[in-house]
Design a protein around this ligand. Structure first.
Ligand SMILES: [Zn+2]
Length: 543
């Protein structure tokens, strides 16, 4: 694309802007990377500089993934994907472990991600014995789809020093058999016992992984991202992401530091939080509970058929208040993971009636907000708490939702329509790779799920909570901007960055059933073409 003139004119587009004051347009003038003018082609005065024909295709603002784990997603590409279509059973998993064992050095750890016992033929999680059968002498760590639970072999337990006599750590659980021996399944904080002894990767390695992920995200139309597991130690994720931009990471990125790393000394340098920078810190993250699919969400009533299993409470009112104090001091957000009714209520009860500290955005983000109890939505709205949810969960993990909650309670989860009607600011996101789907970051899978309220197998996931397609797009763009606070993105309007995507199918007119088939054909950032779908390459791959 010619940069001789800094002016670009895009014509002949079916532009959906996500700007409620001017939702549709057909032409756009971009100057120095920002939209200078947008409107109908016939109102365009004269074309200067380069003119780009959008070929009558549907154009949307660049998508914002408001809850993502980019480093984990990038790393997952190097691990065994324990999901369909590769793995259907524990014996398939053992086969893959043996293959990896044979292909790598004698002492390397073997890692996998994405198993979901509800989708495995055996209907249970892999245990240390299963993993030992595949590889006994090297440590094996298989992370569950929710990322809150791991299955490890005996060697990994040994290296972590976990025995019959190891007590459950606070906020975690070591599963045990009838003799009290660890089964290899470690929940929530118990998984840190193994994580602590795993080989550390260098900042350089991780930055390179992130740079490799960038074009994958662009191919899905994602131009702005979040990192919900930002660490300050051993490596500072801010430095890692900054280094990644030098290696090719293009997305505008906001990172959230884990409270766990900060609580001893909750001080963040001012310049790290400067939002005009491509990489910046946007908040402090902590966990109120675990996951619905892993039965660690802090629920009430208990999980189906488990009279006493209410999940795991992972924080307290005092800790939430301490983290909020730190966020307030830095003028950034407090970001709290909460899925079950009790976890959600703990947050709403703790902050109800208090005034937020940010004047331009929600001070508190609640992540997932899967199972708000009746009555909670109104109170959450009054408290100004934003919800960042993942419609792909119900679509991809329906088997475990049905198993853990039953059909009726499942339909009441993620009540998007009710959330919006209550006046809550909601954003959509993927949480990739923490979901059991082979292409977990694909935004169009989530949008389809929100619009149809049907799971991948056709199960009704609560049709009364459907949202229309324009709303779903807004929750992935404009609303995601309002909640992430990444400046000047999420809408196509004058003064905003010219970050936009061109689709092969018109998402506003096709049958919603087809939404997940949509292919992003071009992605632009600051008016520059940064990704183009190569149909020939695709054909070669498929044949
Ligand atoms: Zn997450």
């Amino acid at each position: 694309m010619s940069q001789s003139s800094n002016e670009l004119t895009f014509i002949n587009g079916k532009i959906f802007t996500s700007n409620p004051e001017q939702p549709y347009a057909s032409a756009m003038v971009v100057r120095n990377g920002r939209i200078a003018w947008i409107g109908e082609e016939e109102d365009l005065k004269k074309i200067e500089g380069t003119c780009v024909d959008l070929n009558g295709k549907r154009v949307l603002p660049g998508l914002i993934d408001a809850h993502l784990h980019p480093l984990y997603l990038a790393g997952a590409a190097k691990q065994i994907a324990c999901t369909q279509p590769l793995i259907h059973s524990i014996s398939d998993l053992q086969e893959q472990i043996r293959l990896v064992r044979a292909s790598q050095s004698q002492d390397s750890w073997i890692q996998g991600w994405g198993y979901d016992e509800g989708k495995l033929l055996e209907g249970r999680a892999p245990t240390r014995r299963d993993l030992d059968q595949a590889a006994a002498n090297v440590p094996v760590v298989i992370t569950r789809t929710c990322a809150h639970i791991i299955s490890v072999n005996s060697k990994a337990l040994e290296l972590a020093g976990i025995t019959k006599d190891t007590p459950d750590p606070q906020g975690g659980k070591i599963d045990r058999d009838e003799n009290g021996e660890p089964t290899g399944i470690l929940r929530e904080n118990a998984k840190d016992l193994v994580n602590q002894v795993m080989p550390e990767t260098t900042l350089e390695d991780d930055a390179a992984l992130l740079a490799e992920l960038s074009p994958v995200l662009l191919s899905h139309g994602i131009t702005a991202i979040t990192e919900l597991m930002g660490r300050t130690k051993p490596n500072d994720y801010l430095e890692m992401y900054q280094l990644a931009t030098k290696k090719g990471l293009k997305q505008r990125s906001v990172l959230y530091y884990l409270w766990e790393d900060l609580k001893e000394h909750p001080v963040i340098e001012q310049q790290k939080m400067a939002r005009e920078n491509q990489i910046h810190i946007g908040g402090i993250k902590l966990f109120s509970d675990g996951s619905v699919s892993g039965q660690t969400a802090w629920v009430n009533p208990p999980f189906l058929g488990e009279e006493e299993n209410y999940g795991i409470q992972m924080t307290t009112r005092e800790e939430l208040s301490a983290a909020a104090e730190a966020a307030k001091k830095h003028n950034i957000q407090l970001v709290i993971h909460a899925m079950g009714e009790q976890a959600i209520d703990l947050i709403v009860d703790t902050f109800y009636g208090q005034k937020g500290w940010l004047t331009d955005a929600p001070s508190i983000r609640m992540e997932h907000a899967a199972m708000p109890a009746p009555g909670t939505l109104k109170r959450a709205a009054e408290t100004g708490i934003a919800f960042v949810s993942q419609p792909i969960f119900l679509f991809a993990e329906i088997e475990t939702y049905l198993h853990n909650l039953g059909a009726e309670r499942t339909k009441q989860t993620y009540p998007f329509k009710a959330m919006l009607e209550a006046g809550i600011k909601v954003a959509f996101s993927s949480d990739a790779p923490a979901t059991a789907w082979a292409d977990p970051v694909n935004p169009f899978v989530g949008i389809k799920s929100a619009v149809t309220r049907l799971a991948h197998d056709g199960t009704d996931t609560g049709k009364t909570q459907r949202v229309d397609v324009e709303t779903a797009i807004k929750l992935y763009t404009r609303a995601a901007q309002e909640i992430t606070r990444i400046p000047n993105v999420g809408q196509l309007k004058p003064g905003f960055h010219a970050d936009f995507i061109v689709l092969d199918l018109d998402i506003l007119v096709i049958n919603p059933e087809q939404i997940d088939q949509i292919q992003v054909v071009e992605t632009y950032m600051a008016g520059n073409l940064v990704y183009k779908f190569d149909s020939i390459e695709k054909l070669v791959v498929e044949s």
